[in-house]
Ligand binder design. Structure first.
Ligand code: AMP
Ligand code: ZN
Length: 471
């Protein structure tokens, strides 16, 4: 019998057990990336928390079906593909590959289905036709189609925005702050279909009411229901999506089907960088590559992203990456004193954890609203007493359950790279490595000299390097 995993549900404002409708498989949908540039570490905080939810559910004995879409048609993808003289597909394929590479480096389990909006245009057109037939949607003179918010009295249930707050000018229209110049019944109504504009170029599709492209909210209703059914178990995304995106998804889906859309709403609070919102112009927006260039590993980034509770704001600092390196090292050292034996995630799912296991409290913390900080705290407490464990094999399995629920890959315990390499040293080392790869020997030598000035030496291996402190 699977164990309950509790997480916060934004709809009811309470912590609830995730209960699959069919009693067996948790079917869940997560809003995916817009593929017009590299994802930043804020995006990855959300994807990592969804990954931990999935891993915890699976280790608790549930099966999962995880769907995450790819937003490949919107103003940004269209505009930027045109600027670069590429087709929409060439452009978005490039960024999608990069996104998938980052996900793999961060050890995110790939979703079972990863549908693209462009590949589901006919289904989106069908959904609009259903909504029009039921008077929930209407066409404007230019050939756009809008959702009639007045026709759906439950609108605002998730975000608790009152209808009166949906004042003229309210942006419920899309990801970007779009100003829709076309005539609609109420300014709060949002676009299901955007009529062709000259600047859309070839990126338009045919529909019975005219050429154009779907509005952003529609793809998620359409693809989640296609792959998970009209009612499914859980829907996730960052908190910025609660309104208008998820509110609009509920309106479109429930108005069309008359059924509850998603039973549980799982939102991840935003990542802050040095206590501020991330923004390119403030120079505090990091991608995974930026942090790799500073000499940090994807696992160190993952550790920082998961270490706080998903429902609390998390403040990212470069120092927290140094602390993550130390923590991973500590976990790896402690692990080597247990009874290490390779065990896969699939094999772990077959194991149960008894109440006397030293890692039982850590596992309970994970099932209780994914309390990762508590789980890590309990793990470190348990690891203090490894020589007292009577059954080292059981302890190893308990430890692995926590590590694999968190999706961590521990470094080699014997690795000489010290946990306290200063950020400046790592940056110079990373620069030298890049210079060496680019055969820029002059720059590489300068970096080596700088490193030794800072008291460090760098040893090169085939695909990697090590740093050691000079005596
Ligand atoms: P986007 O590619 O902008 O659609 O975003 C992909 C996912 O990242 C969505 O679930 C967003 O809510 C989420 N997201 C965006 N910014 C942040 C942030 N700073 N912290 C956490 N999640 C974020
Ligand atoms: Zn979505």
């Amino acid at each position: 019998m699977p164990q309950d995993v509790h997480v916060y549900d934004t709809m009811t404002r309470s912590v609830k057990a995730v209960q699959p409708l069919d009693g067996k498989t948790v079917r869940f949908y997560c809003c995916g990336p817009t593929v017009y540039g590299p994802a930043h570490i804020g995006n990855f905080r959300t994807f990592v928390s969804q990954d931990i939810l999935r891993r915890t559910l699976e280790l608790a004995g549930w099966e999962t079906k995880h769907v995450r879409n790819v937003t490949d048609v919107d103003d940004k993808t269209i505009r930027q593909s045109q600027t670069q003289g590429k087709t929409l597909k060439e452009f978005t394929d490039y960024w999608l590959k990069l996104f998938r590479d980052d996900c793999a480096a961060l050890n995110l389990l790939p979703p079972h289905v990863e549908p693209s909006a462009v590949e589901h245009i006919p289904q989106q057109v069908n959904l609009i036709e259903t909504l029009m037939a039921k008077q929930h949607a209407y066409r404007t003179d230019d050939g756009s189609v809008y959702f009639r918010i007045d026709s759906f009295p439950e609108y605002g249930r998730l975000s608790r925005v009152k209808e009166r707050e949906l004042a003229p000018g309210t942006n419920s229209g899309g990801k970007a702050n779009l100003s829709d110049e076309y005539e609609r019944e109420s300014l709060a109504d949002f676009a299901l279909w955007k009529a062709r504009k000259p600047e859309d170029g070839a990126n338009v599709w045919c529909a019975p009411w005219g050429e154009g492209r779907p509005g952003w909210h529609l793809e998620c209703s359409c693809m989640s229901m296609q792959y998970l059914g009209e009612s499914f178990d859980l829907h996730g995304g960052g908190v910025d999506l609660i309104f208008p995106h998820h509110e609009n998804e509920i309106a479109q889906s429930e108005a069309a089907t008359g059924k509850v859309f998603a039973k549980h709403w799982f939102h991840t609070t935003h990542l802050l960088v040095e206590n501020r919102k991330m923004s390119k112009s403030d120079g505090n927006l990091f991608t995974l590559q930026d942090l790799k260039d500073k000499g940090f590993t994807p696992m160190e980034v993952r550790y920082v992203l998961l270490a706080g509770k998903y429902s609390q704001p998390l403040n990212f600092t470069i120092d927290s990456l140094n602390a993550a390196r130390a923590a991973l090292k500590k976990l790896a050292k402690a692990a080597s004193s247990l009874a290490p034996k390779e065990i896969t995630f699939e094999q772990l799912k077959q194991q149960t954890l008894t109440a006397d296991n030293p890692f039982h409290a850590a596992w309970e913390a994970l099932k209780n609203d994914l309390n990762v900080s508590e789980a890590l705290g309990q793990t470190f407490v348990a690891l203090k007493d490894t020589d007292k464990f009577s059954d080292k094999t059981a302890a190893w399995l308990g430890f692995q359950r926590i590590i694999q629920a968190l999706g961590l890959i521990l470094p080699d315990a014997n690795d000489e790279v010290t946990a306290d390499v200063p950020a400046e040293v790592r940056e110079v080392a990373a620069k030298r490595w890049e210079a060496k790869k680019a055969r820029d020997w002059k720059l590489a030598d300068e970096c080596r000299a700088k490193l030794s000035e800072l008291g460090w030496a760098m040893q090169d291996a085939k695909d990697d390097y090590k740093l050691t402190k000079l005596n």
